[in-house]
Design a protein around this ligand. Structure first.
Ligand code: SAH
Length: 341
């Protein structure tokens, strides 16, 4: 049995053609699932009974449940229980421009970034597409809100689950589906170069963010294992290719870690590395976690780093801090819940 939320519109159209039905039925199903938000085939009143019987034989409409949540100022963090009893989290952030949801893409993560809580609990499995789609549908349902922006920055490495993630993006971006504009969707990767190349080839229109976190190989090797496979120069060259082929801007995420990557000389090196690129840097105050020894940079260091980049003509902002008090650092709520903290 397949989960109906795993299917893109095109895949559902193919399915209907394969059972000798008209392909517009796929649009009708999408409308029931994503516009009218029903969660049973029997509620789909404009589909004839014989077709519904076939659908019920071939598909399930699965669900995932919210087991706990924590609420802070402008932020709510949810823990979901999946059908095999695994758990993942999603974080809702209320901005003045709308509601943004940070979704998880894997149970755990194998990238092993030293500062990241998700990586402490190794990858158990990839999330299926439906498990990503349902993070959005469930939260919209329980809070009776619409999510306007989606960032793939929860637990997991999206490009280590590439195919399911791309299907997820297609479903939420589809005008017949959840209809979130491509410019309102951001996929974030630690830098899996072959997948970035595939992403360029696919011509995907969503925003691309890169977790850079260091201005050179020496520092990046110490904090991000991925740099040993695809080093910073290869990564930057690939992103230059992305920018020239797509005409899109790249966002660099840069966590400010006290005494590790936050000096003025790091800022100067970063400015040199990114010189002339169509990009902007998002400085992220580190969200400290009790299990990891890294500390956040002082406000003064962050300000100095910001000013140095600005002086060197790099577009830069400081990310608004969300959810320090709700375990909102990537993977924290799950880790603490599973470990009974
Ligand atoms: N694996 C992907 C997406 C998930 S992590 C990636 O690496 O981009 C989303 C972002 O949160 C990444 O930039 C990650 O480095 C950052 N992050 C992880 N732990 C954090 C923490 N404790 N405080 C602040 N940002 C953190």
């Amino acid at each position: 049995m397949k989960n109906i939320y795993d299917y893109t519109l095109e895949e559902l159209e193919e399915y209907f053609l394969s059972i000798n039905e008209k392909k517009f039925k796929a649009t009708q199903i999408f409308e029931w699932l994503y516009k009218k938000r029903v969660n049973s085939f029997d509620s789909m009143s404009n589909i004839k009974k014989e077709t519904l019987d076939i659908l019920k034989k071939d598909f399930i409409i699965n669900d995932i449940s919210i087991v706990t949540y924590k609420e802070g100022k402008d932020v709510i963090k949810f823990l979901f229980r999946l059908n095999d009893n695994q758990s993942v989290e999603a974080v809702l952030m209320k901005h003045d421009y709308g509601n943004s949801l940070c979704v998880s893409t894997q149970v755990g993560c194998n990238m092993g970034c030293k500062f990241c809580e998700s990586g402490r609990l190794k990858k158990v499995r990839n999330l299926q597409t439906y498990e990503m789609v349902l993070q959005i549908l469930k939260i919209e349902e329980v809070l009776n809100i619409r999510i306007s922006h989606v960032v793939l920055m929860g637990i997991g490495e999206p490009f280590d689950n590439y195919d399911n993630v791309i299907k997820f993006i297609k479903i939420i971006n589809s005008g017949k589906g959840i209809d979130i504009g491509a410019r309102h969707i951001t996929v974030s990767t630690c830098g899996i170069v072959p997948k970035i190349k595939e992403f360029i080839k696919d011509g995907n229109q969503v925003n691309l963010a890169i977790s850079l976190h260091a201005p050179n190989n020496e520092i990046r090797n110490k904090i991000m294992n991925i740099n040993k496979a695809y080093d910073i120069n290869l990564l930057i060259d690939t992103l230059k290719e992305y920018i020239s082929k797509t005409n899109r801007r790249v966002t660099f995420e840069y966590i400010m870690l006290d005494g590790v990557n936050d000096s003025v000389s790091c800022a100067l090196e970063l400015a040199k590395l990114l010189k002339g690129m169509n990009c902007y840097v998002n400085l992220i105050p580190y969200n400290e976690t009790s299990h990891i020894e890294f500390k956040k940079s002082s406000d003064e260091h962050i300000r100095l780093f910001l000013d140095t980049l600005k002086k060197n003509h790099i577009n830069v902002t400081i990310r608004k801090e969300f959810g320090g008090n709700v375990d909102a650092a990537c993977g924290q709520l799950r880790a603490n819940y599973e470990e009974g903290i």
